[in-house]
Design a protein around this ligand. Structure first.
Ligand code: GDP
Ligand code: IMO
Ligand code: MG
Length: 430
């Protein structure tokens, strides 16, 4: 019995989906515990590519169970579409291998409306959210006016809750944001059939996990977003509205902290960020553009171009501490092939000081300048290499330096989007 957590160490899109798909071979159950369909996790198997937003990235392994925990916020229309699209593509998805927590909160149409209207009103000061209603849904959860999956299964309870919620929301739409209001009847029309679609999938995820652990099964927890988008520990307010850090597994799925053995931090070999907010190592020059093109750095959810920059060891060291990382998985190493020199940020220069962790004050972070060390690059393609010792010496030097700076060993190295383009050093389940 082993519980392994996979989290993003940067600002999301590190390649969590690929690594989770890969590690599912060693797991029996795969669980999402936070976030919603702001996530876009890409799996590539030969010629096939799948982008998942809500369904755990273990779903291609038909015999494994995928669970959506209570900490996830669920847009049921998106979930239904995702299930049907996968089924159309010949992937087995049914209540046999997918279940959703009765306690998960629902993203309602008014959450999306609110997210988009607020962003539009903020103009240049916007966060650059994915517009999926994530923030407003988590707000309602904390305000104790949210609607949970279980509420939807009782049409009377659901109708009452929608009515109550819309009274307040429609006031805000009409008088504050000056956007169209929403008719509760329209919501019921869409949601009552959705209730019947989802009913067979609804369960108590915490109990399912407990039963799996009692049966000596291996559980893999799949994080969404990244540590520096964490509502508590990220670059607030340019963050998401959940906790992508590993500790969130416990309250987001209903498992106790004593059950977790390993935490794998996914590290993209350079850094990207989508949306607004500070990004000390951002490259707005040719090199940044080259990384974007070579790495295909366009959002898996919104298609927006991702901002690109050098690897930031300050970001990674903070992540190692905040998540208690036991392993690193370095992805997209192949994208750096062809860079003559590669830089790693080891600290931030601020006035006369050098900072070695991210300052909480946004203004301070914005004024920080990265302190770089420079490493020799490599010119040869590395996609076909499967052993760390067969990588060019300069690639090995880069990896060794990451381990030295972050003080966490690298267990997995990814050199291409495909499942097979991977170098396994250390299995976190063993
Ligand atoms: P996630 O949100 O962390 O799951 O990451 P995304 O799927 O949003 O973005 C990662 C992108 O990089 C996807 O297009 C993956 O197919 C791709 N990818 C993952 N690992 C590698 C790799 O090692 N090399 C290359 N070239 N692409 C990769
Ligand atoms: P995965 O799981 C990258 C970013 C948005 C925005 C901020 C807040 O694929 O790594 P939100 O819609 O969550 O309120 O937006 O967070 N963001 C992500 N960036 N990858 C993600 O998920 C993200 N999910 C949210 O771009 O800056
Ligand atoms: Mg993504």
């Amino acid at each position: 019995m082993s519980c392994v957590v996979v989290v993003g160490t940067q600002w999301g899109d590190e390649g969590k989906g690929k690594v989770v798909d890969l590690l599912t071979r060693h797991a029996d159950v795969v669980v999402r515990f936070q976030g919603g369909n702001n996530a876009g996790h890409t799996l590539v198997v030969g010629p096939d590519k799948f982008i998942l937003h809500l369904i755990p990235s273990g779903i291609l392994h038909a015999e494994k169970k995928c669970l959506i925990g209570n900490g996830v916020v669920v847009d049921l229309e998106v979930l239904q579409k995702e299930i049907l699209t996968l089924q159309d593509r010949g992937i087995a998805v049914s209540p046999k291998n997918l279940a959703i927590s009765e306690k998960a909160h629902l993203i309602m149409p008014y959450h999306k409306h609110l997210d988009l209207a607020r962003e539009a009103q903020k103009g240049k000061a916007s966060i650059g959210t994915t517009g999926r209603g994530i923030g407003p849904c988590y707000e309602d959860k904390v305000a104790r006016i949210g609607i949970r999956v279980i509420d939807l299964l009782d049409p009377k309870v659901f109708a009452e809750k929608v009515e109550t919620s819309l009274k307040e929301k429609n006031f805000i739409f009409e008088h504050l944001l000056k956007v169209p209001t929403i008719d509760p009847k329209e919501i019921l029309k869409v949601y009552l059939p959705l209730a019947e679609f989802i009913r067979p999938y609804v369960t108590d995820v915490s109990i399912m996990i407990d039963q799996a652990l009692t049966g000596n099964k291996n559980i893999l927890f799949e994080g969404a977003q990244g540590t520096h988008l964490d509502i508590d520990h990220g670059t607030y307010p340019f963050v998401t509205s959940s906790n992508p850090v590993a500790g969130s597994v416990c309250h987001g799925s209903g498992v106790g902290p004593t059950k977790i053995q390993s935490v794998v931090g996914i590290v993209k070999a350079y850094t990207t960020r989508v949306g607004a907010g500070p990004f000390p190592t951002e490259l707005t020059d040719e090199t940044g553009l080259a990384l974007r093109e070579k790495g295909g750095e366009y959002g898996a959810t919104t298609g927006r171009p991702r901002r690109c920059g050098w690897l930031d060891a300050v970001v990674l060291k903070d992540s190692a501490r905040l998540n208690g990382l036991t392993h690193l998985a370095v992805t997209k190493l192949d994208v750096l092939s062809g860079q003559k020199k590669i830089k790693i940020c080891t600290g931030y220069s601020y006035n006369t000081q050098t900072l070695t962790s991210m300052p909480a004050q946004l203004k301070t972070l914005e004024a920080c300048r990265p302190v770089y060390e420079e490493w020799e690059g490599w010119s040869e393609p590395i996609e076909g290499i499967r052993k760390r010792e067969n990588l060019p010496q300069t690639t090995q030097n880069y990896l060794k330096r990451i381990e030295e700076l972050v003080k966490v060993p690298i267990g997995i190295i990814s050199v291409g989007p495909d499942r097979e383009a991977t170098l396994f050093q250390d299995n976190p389940f063993s």
